[in-house]
Write a protein of this length. Structure first.
Length: 887
């Protein structure tokens, strides 16, 4: 190249907040790093820039220890010498929700801006692959570029290309083909430093599309190279003396991107569409999808609690006149995001790290529950619940559906009938009953239309209810507590419906059944036959098609580590195909029936025992509760595993019978179609793929979807039945390295011994996943309605209402929240399909104005709104839409 290369030397650290050391120990090293960096910037004006890894959480971590240095930090960030943001933290992209990725940018931008400036670079140095919608997400924050380290096969491909999301959004991407340490440390001796720079240049130059090359000076946890300025000066002088046209610059990622953008031949750059998950050699570390599955499940519960309950309920209560607790929600989100970096949520750190993660998850769930209950209490007090429709003891229950579509539901409600007054010194319920308090044994349930609906009493107990008050010590009240199942034909979208629960005045009708014969479940849509080995055969009654051999548990050895699954050289695989489980009906009625299937597998105790027929075995009990609800099109399974074995992987198998070469899995703001067979160039690659709430295999005529709650790993096997394998447990004993790990890398906690509970569901269907609306089935399974008991009283809100109606059905609601910076409601939704649609939103609460906004909640186009608070707008294929609605 006649002009020579411009070698952008970027000083940085990659800061894993917790990994092979726990957080506080790494934090003290971070304090050292920033202390030394500030001193270096003070004394060396030629050391121009340092990149703090694209994060802002490091500022909070540092200033909690060194608050006296806040102004120095602000000064250097404001001057552009310390680069921070755009992220709050560098989360794994596949193991968290799409909303969580947006929130990292939302929080990161505001924190960085408060300190003086946000680096507008889509920096993704070490994420284990990149999601399909990342270009659209980055564009939503005004970022037109991405610099990343995994998910793109080198194989002679250029490092510069245009990366395109399914909606058509593009960013200019640069792949760090030789990692983010291709100039990790420059030697002080000039000859050696020049040779090091030339080696880095010569490796990268053949893959570059411009004369601008990115040389990363740093790596994990390294401090700034304090002698870099004189070394770079000496290298530049030597190159000039040699007549080299190359230029060495102490640069930033932003300056590199600006130069690349100015010179890149955009019309000649390849366009790469969708997710970046190329995996030759296993570089996306797919085993992390199933390491420490309990973390994934806790994260799922936390995300559902915040995204589907706390935020929307707080928002609707706010629209009805309540206080929106922005501070508590921000705190909860930050707490959750502390668990989202790849070394954390991926389950690939030392045991102490993951032990410290669980209290964060618990606290997030506590906050989500408390904020949800407060909002429900506010709304419940304002719902008009008239006099009970029948004499005698009565109660009212409000069923809340946060999803943006109507659907039938099997409601679980706890209803309490008081037996006496609330007392400071409560008495036993039996005392109140002995004094003549009316008791309740059977109930009728009346829906909002006045119809009596099926009800099933699961449990009836006498209890003492705790009555809490902000102005008085807790009181106790004796009650008859009923746990009910109620069949709701339809619940309003983003709304609620009120049901009346009355003491039955007449003899209850004969028991209806959803189990018409032994080991059978049946409703209007499905028939489930349980074989003597515990396998299920499901018949789709609409088509007559059968799906057999379902719910086989398979256990094989794992000689890998927290990063990678590795099949042992010698293995013994165990399944329940030849099992003789105990099968019992444990629940039946007009609303739901359930069978319990108990397997006992004798598994090798560990890897050495697995490789020896005479090896010691341990009992592992697997109990599956298989349920079918009256109006459901899915079979729900709850599985308890008592794991006593090590070095193994437990999966559950579902033959689909579909004749197809592709599978479809929900991702972040997308449903990804992936080939079932691995590309031949993926030597050493992994067949294990990520999902959010479902994977579906269909041939256009018939299909089978497997829904899950917090179980992100699946494989579709290349057998003739295209069997879906859902991973439940992957148990290993070392962080990394394979073979014999050093003692420091041993992770006995990753063996996941003890009891685990898993939930998944099976949906046979006709046509494609779109035609069957599988995403609605998956979301209804993941976010079942909640019920709250309310008082009979007049109120300003109707007995049933939909706060938001969103059409057409292929639009998925992602967020309902208050705006970060103004008095407005934020709605976010996305189009699941490749077809443009016109969205129509109908709002219950009045709003003054509606605007399109970007993901950073900055206003765009004003939208027309009619007198009934309806808004219409075009939505492109796979587009993510954010609206701002002024109250």
């Amino acid at each position: 190249m006649d002009q020579g290369y411009v070698l952008h030397v970027v000083s940085h650290t990659h800061w894993d907040r917790e990994w092979y050391l726990p957080f506080q120990r790494f934090r003290m090293r971070l304090v050292d790093l920033i202390d030394h960096l500030l001193a270096l910037l003070d004394r060396d004006p030629e050391f121009r820039f340092f990149n703090l890894d694209g994060q802002t959480i490091v500022l909070e971590d540092y200033l909690q220890i060194r608050p006296e240095n806040e102004e120095r930090l602000r000064r250097y960030i404001g001057e552009g010498r310390i680069l921070v943001g755009p992220w709050y933290q560098l989360n794994d992209e596949f193991l968290v929700s799409g909303e969580a990725t947006i929130r990292s940018l939302l929080v990161g931008h505001r924190l960085a801006q408060a300190f003086g400036g946000t680096m507008k670079v889509g920096y993704l140095p070490d994420q284990f692959g990149n999601i399909s919608q990342m270009p659209q997400i980055l564009r939503g924050f005004g970022i037109d570029n991405a610099i990343f380290g995994r998910g793109w096969a080198r194989n002679g491909n250029p490092v510069d290309f245009l990366w395109q999301s399914p909606d058509g959004s593009q960013v200019l991407a640069n792949f760090m083909a030789f990692w983010y340490n291709n100039l990790q440390r420059l030697p002080e001796e000039t000859d050696a430093a020049v040779a090091t720079v030339k080696r880095a240049r010569d490796l990268l130059a053949p893959l570059a599309t411009t004369r601008h090359l990115l040389l990363m000076n740093g790596v994990d946890h390294l401090e700034a190279q304090e002698n870099l300025s004189p070394i770079l000066k000496a290298v530049s002088e030597r190159l000039r003396a040699e007549g080299s046209p190359d230029e060495v610059r102490h640069s930033t990622l932003q300056q590199f991107v600006d130069a690349l953008r100015a010179e890149a031949p955009r019309d000649q750059l390849p366009v790469v569409r969708g997710e970046l998950r190329d995996d030759p050699g296993g570089m996306v570390l797919a085993g992390t999808l199933s390491s420490r599955m309990y973390l994934k499940q806790a994260n799922w519960a936390s995300q559902v609690g915040l995204e589907k309950w706390a935020e929307p309920l707080q928002a609707w209560a706010w629209m009805a006149g309540d206080y929106y607790d922005q501070g508590a929600l921000r705190y909860a989100w930050k707490l959750l995001m502390q668990n989202h970096p790849h070394d954390s949520i991926c389950g690939c750190s030392v045991d102490e790290v993951h032990a410290e993660m669980m209290p964060r998850f618990w606290q997030v769930q506590q906050l989500a529950d408390e904020l949800s209950e407060r909002a429900l209490h506010f709304l419940g007090e304002r719902i008009h619940v008239g006099e009970p429709p029948a004499a005698g003891p009565a109660a009212a229950v409000v069923a809340v559906n946060p999803l943006a579509f109507e659907h039938p539901a099997c409601l679980e409600a706890v209803v309490e009938f008081p037996l006496g007054p609330a007392r400071r010194s409560p008495v036993a319920p039996e005392v109140d009953l002995a004094q003549g308090a009316p008791d309740v044994q059977d109930v009728q349930v009346v829906d909002p239309t006045g119809a009596i609906v099926p009800v099933q009493v699961l449990e009836s107990t006498l209890a003492v209810r705790k009555v809490l008050s902000p102005v008085e010590l807790p009181l106790g009240q004796s009650v008859r507590r009923l746990r009910l199942l109620v069949s709701a034909q339809s619940l309003p979208a983003c709304g609620y419906a009120t049901f009346h629960v009355n003491a039955a005045a007449v003899q209850p009708p004969p028991l209806e059944t959803l189990s018409p014969s032994q080991n059978t479940l049946e409703n209007a849509s499905l028939r489930v036959d349980i074989g003597s080995n515990g396998c299920l055969t499901i018949t789709d009654k609409d088509t007559g098609r059968e799906y057999g051999g379902l719910l086989v548990f398979e256990d094989g050895g794992d000689d890998g580590d927290e990063y990678r699954y590795q099949a042992p050289r010698t293995d013994r695989v165990f399944t329940t195909l030849a099992s003789a489980p105990q099968i019992a009906r444990v629940e039946d009625g007009p609303v739901r029936a359930t069978y319990r299937i108990e397997h006992l597998l004798l598994l090798p105790e560990d890897l050495s025992a697995r490789q020896n027929e005479a090896g010691h075995t341990v009992p592992c009990r697997i109990t599956a509760w298989v349920s079918l609800c009256a109006d459901s099109q899915r079979v729900e399974v709850t599985t308890a595993v008592e794991n006593a074995a090590k070095d193994h992987r437990l999966r559950v198998l579902f033959p689909t019978g579909a004749r197809t070469e592709v599978a479809h899995a929900e991702g972040q703001f997308d449903v990804i179609t992936r080939p079932i067979a691995l590309p031949p160039e993926w030597i050493g690659g992994s067949p294990f793929r990520p999902q959010q709430s479902f994977v579906d295999v269909n041939d256009g005529q018939r299909g089978l979807a497997i829904l899950n709650q917090g179980l992100p790993e699946y494989e579709v096997q290349t057998d003739t039945d295209r069997t879906i394998a859902l991973t439940l447990l992957r148990c290993v004993g070392r962080l990394s390295g394979g073979g014999e790990a050093p003692a420091a890398d041993l992770t006995p906690g990753a063996q996941c011994l003890g009891r685990h509970l898993f939930r998944f569901a099976i949906v046979p269907h006709s046509g494609s996943w779109e035609e069957a609306r599988i995403w609605q089935q998956a979301h209804a399974f993941n976010v079942p309605p909640r019920c709250v008991q309310v008082e009979h009283r007049p109120g300003s809100l109707p007995a049933s209402a939909s706060f938001l109606q969103l059409q057409p059905a292929n639009l998925v609601l992602s967020a309902v929240k208050r705006a970060e910076d103004e008095d407005a409601l934020v709605l976010r939704f996305y189009n699941t399909t490749d077809t443009p649609v016109e969205a129509q939103l109908s709002l219950f609460f009045p709003v003054r104005a509606a605007y399109r906004a970007n993901l950073n909640e900055e206003r765009g186009e004003a939208l027309v709104m009619d007198d009934d608070h309806r808004v219409r707008l075009p939505v492109g294929p796979k587009e993510i839409v954010t609206l701002l609605l002024e109250r």
